[in-house]
Design a protein around this ligand. Structure first.
Ligand SMILES: [Zn+2]
Length: 317
């Protein structure tokens, strides 16, 4: 036998071994059944949904009437105590969705859907409000300056960034002990300009009616990714808490943190005020998940990633 024939035979041999290994691996992965859990099972518009899974999927997609309205990556939650590691993702039902056929899809790395989970929404009413703006606030809201556009783009770039660090998985602590609220999440707003024009928007967070100088605390552990003065939101702070998960604090009188700082839950971020577009002293607190407005109270009432509950539901423990 020639050396070349020998080589060809050994090559064929290696290829057959590879094919056998491939089939063994693919049948093994087919056997590893996808386990998942969804919290809450009946979210309201604006609520975040936390999805836990054992393995094999990389992405969560949210569809309403076959139209994609949200997307979130899975990230790894290491095991601890007697809990195994798993993957989790957080996605928000947009506050503008009030009915329709809502479906969560869990996709693998090849973009194939491994699970389709129909979701029944809990109905929710949002308040409406008319806000009269004086000439100064009208000027801020209609400011066409490139600086304002640049600031909007900068913030958007932060909010669409999905980091790989997990700083906080527990519930949020409200950023102030004050309970008086002057505006609510998801309020349908009409801005009445001093010039006679008007515009509509949806309130992305909650407003606490607190006097100037009230301390503003971090709602969870995280990294300060923005701490600067902005035209519309005044002295502002943005914290990153996990992949695509951010909290925002607007209209502060003074800032006590700098970009790059690490903070713990309850750490002082600054003092409230009425800077930027504001009709009186208040703290605007907002939460974004993969850039989508999310009801901040949802994560006060429950953990971002409730490891015990997700594992229990995933494995029917
Ligand atoms: Zn507000």
């Amino acid at each position: 036998m020639t050396r070349r024939a020998n080589k060809t035979r050994s090559l064929r041999h290696s290829v057959s071994i590879l094919i056998i290994i491939f089939f063994l691996l693919s049948s093994a992965s087919a056997c590893a059944q996808l386990k998942y859990a969804v919290i809450p099972e009946n979210p309201r518009p604006g609520d975040p949904i936390t999805i836990g899974a054992n393995s094999g999927v990389t992405e969560v997609l949210l569809f309403v009437n076959d139209k994609q309205v949200g997307k979130a990556p899975f990230f790894y939650i290491p095991g601890e105590r007697d809990l195994p590691g798993f993957i989790a993702a957080v996605i928000t039902v947009p506050s503008t969705i009030d009915s329709g056929n809502v479906v969560i899809k869990l996709n693998n790395a090849n973009g194939q859907t491994a699970a389709e989970i129909p979701i029944e929404l809990t109905p929710r009413e949002f308040l409406s409000e008319v806000i009269h703006l004086d000439p100064v606030n009208t000027g801020i809201r209609t400011d066409p300056s490139p600086e304002r556009t640049q600031q909007a783009n900068h913030l958007w770039q932060i909010l669409i960034t999905t980091g790989d660090q997990i700083y906080h998985t527990g519930p949020f602590l409200p950023p102030t002990t004050a309970t008086r609220r002057t505006s609510f999440f998801g309020s349908r707003r009409i801005f009445q300009y001093s010039t006679g024009g008007r515009d509509t928007s949806i309130h992305a967070g909650v407003d606490f009616g607190v006097p100037t100088g009230t301390r503003v605390d971090a709602c969870g552990a995280g990294k300060v990714v923005l701490a600067r003065t902005r035209i519309v939101t005044g002295n502002s702070v943005v914290l990153e808490h996990g992949p695509g998960i951010y909290s925002l604090y607007y209209h502060l009188d003074r800032l006590n943190v700098s970009e790059g700082d690490m903070v713990q839950t309850g750490d002082l971020l600054g003092y409230s005020g009425s800077t930027g577009l504001s009709t009186g002293p208040h703290l605007h607190w907002e939460v974004r998940v993969n850039a989508e407005n999310t009801d901040p109270d949802a994560f006060v009432e429950r953990q971002i990633i409730d490891k015990d509950l997700l594992i229990r539901k995933m494995y029917n423990r």
